[in-house]
Design a protein around this ligand. Structure first.
Ligand code: GDP
Length: 473
């Protein structure tokens, strides 16, 4: 069908307040790009002018130095054979390796993109099994996908904490970055003290000399960039509202491909569009078995926080006027929780007279990252959760972080039960919408000693769901 923008849908909505380039894309090949505004509540958070300008200049860099260009060819030769004198000094690269579950991948692409924006590097994204099946190109007139004939393509899967090309091991073995054809950045949650030096000023100066950086990470490492004095001024200009980093970068970078957009829009139009209020509940099942306290916890949290109405055991008279409707979107690998709560609102009336409809798009049973159909559903569900008015998420889950960040929502987090006993409080309101960095370095680069990264500046605090993690508030 041919899509027509209505009169009330302005160019500003189409470009998400200027975040997206208004031209340079083929509209039909990525329908979601300019149509999210038809599904999202208007965000009160506008991107800063500086961010918009920097995104446009970064797009030019990606186009000028990206795959298929002369500078890219020369840089690839340098990667293969060492130094080349004719090289374009302004074209430096960051290659992101596809790694872990989809939520982790989305958060690390966003982190890598911010780092490439701060250091003027072209970001190239490894497709892994299915990244190009899930996301459209974010930069006009070029491709961010790592070319299939990239010289180190077959090595990407093998980089690890022991790779001698890692920055940490180069320090340990006293190898000079200037002499290396590339540097591997090991920013996995289980990294060592030398790898963690990536976050220090002095080391950043050194790393800047590498033409090629290759990064493997499974964590949202943005908060620690805010603690590096080389980046702080620029970050303050880019994000005057600090906890908006993922909110803006996520909306800028991640546009569902047409196949995923179909999953999103068909579901939204069928189950969510007409409801007066939409509540999202993300239940991340880390262990396969049903945890009885968790069900009680979900009911108790949602009802005591006023997200879902209480039920009563007697029939009540419905108000004459149209009763309020509430659409409750569950997402989970298992169906038990959703089934129970759906039955609860069928078997008993609500004290408020509200009509509650409960649904869940899929129950995949177990994590199957890298399986195309499975990942498409996971991406569609994160996106659908981000379209709700109120969101409940599970502790520790990057899946939930993506939904809250894209949606601009401060979620209620279900506190992780321990030893099968009900935790109290049952849930906590998050302090900001930005994701949690699960493994901050906790190192003071100046004093060269251990420190609590959550205690250095007021806008970086320990997370509500993982108390050794930190987040921007
Ligand atoms: P995290 O492990 O919770 O931090 O989130 P990730 O997204 O990184 O990895 C979990 C993966 O398990 C997802 O990407 C999906 O593949 C799968 N998964 C977990 N929860 C759900 C869910 O509610 N719906 C769907 N469709 N998949 C899920």
């Amino acid at each position: 069908t041919v899509f027509k923008f209505t009169n009330s849908f302005t160019n500003r909505d189409k470009t998400v307040g200027g975040l997206l380039a208004a031209s340079g894309f083929d509209d039909q090949s990525c329908l979601s790009r300019y149509r999210t505004g038809l599904y999202r509540r208007n965000t009160p958070h506008r991107p800063s002018r500086h961010l918009v300008q920097r995104l446009r200049s970064h797009e030019s860099l990606q186009k000028r130095c990206g795959p298929g260009t002369d500078p890219y060819q020369k840089a690839v030769e340098q990667l293969r054979f060492g130094q080349s004198s004719t090289i374009d000094q302004d074209c430096n690269y960051l290659v992101w390796i596809s790694y872990r579950g989809l939520g982790n991948r989305i958060l690390t692409v966003a982190s890598a993109f911010l780092y490439s924006l701060l250091t003027n590097r072209v970001l190239l994204v490894d497709r892994g099994e299915d990244i190009d099946d899930l996301f459209c190109e974010p930069f006009p007139g070029t491709s961010w996908f790592l070319p299939l004939d990239f010289p180190l393509k077959d090595k990407l899967a093998n980089f690890s904490i022991t790779s001698e090309e890692s920055y940490g091991n180069m320090i340990k073995n006293k190898v000079s970055v200037d002499k290396a054809n590339y540097v591997y950045l090991h920013l996995d949650h289980a990294y060592n003290d030398n790898d963690k030096l990536f976050f220090c000023e002095e080391d950043q100066r050194t790393i800047q000399n590498a033409r090629w950086l290759i990064i493997r990470s499974d964590v949202y490492f943005v908060p620690s960039l805010f603690l590096n004095s080389l980046f702080v001024d620029e970050l303050n200009q880019l994000f005057p509202e600090k906890d908006m980093v993922f909110h803006h970068l996520g909306r800028y970078l991640f546009h569902p491909t047409n196949a995923v957009w179909g999953l999103i829009t068909r579901y939204y139009d069928s189950y969510m569009a007409k409801a007066d209020e939409k509540v999202g509940i993300q239940i991340r099942v880390f262990e396969a078995k049903l945890d009885p306290p968790l069900l009680d916890q979900i009911i108790s949290c949602t009802q005591s926080e006023g997200l879902l109405p209480q039920t009563v055991s007697h029939e009540i008279k419905l108000p004459k006027t149209n009763p309020k409707t509430k659409a409750v979107l569950f997402t989970s690998l298992s169906m038990e929780y959703y089934e129970h709560i759906r039955s609860m609102y069928w078997e008993k009336p609500t004290s408020s007279g509200e009509i509650v409809s409960v649904f869940q798009p899929s129950y995949e049973g177990y994590q199957q990252s890298g399986n195309k159909d499975h990942d498409r559903k996971a991406w569609a569900e994160m996106y659908l959760l981000s379209l709700t008015d109120k969101l409940v998420t599970s502790s520790w889950s990057t899946f939930g972080y993506v939904a809250q960040g894209l949606g601009g929502l401060k979620p209620w987090i279900i506190v992780k039960p321990e030893n099968q006993s009900m935790p109290y409080p049952h849930c906590r309101r998050d302090v900001s919408m930005d994701p949690c960095f699960h493994s901050p370095p906790n190192y003071d680069c100046k004093k060269k000693e251990l420190t609590d990264t959550g205690n250095l500046v007021p806008h970086i605090r320990r997370c509500e769901d993982i108390n050794w993690g930190v987040k921007i508030v």
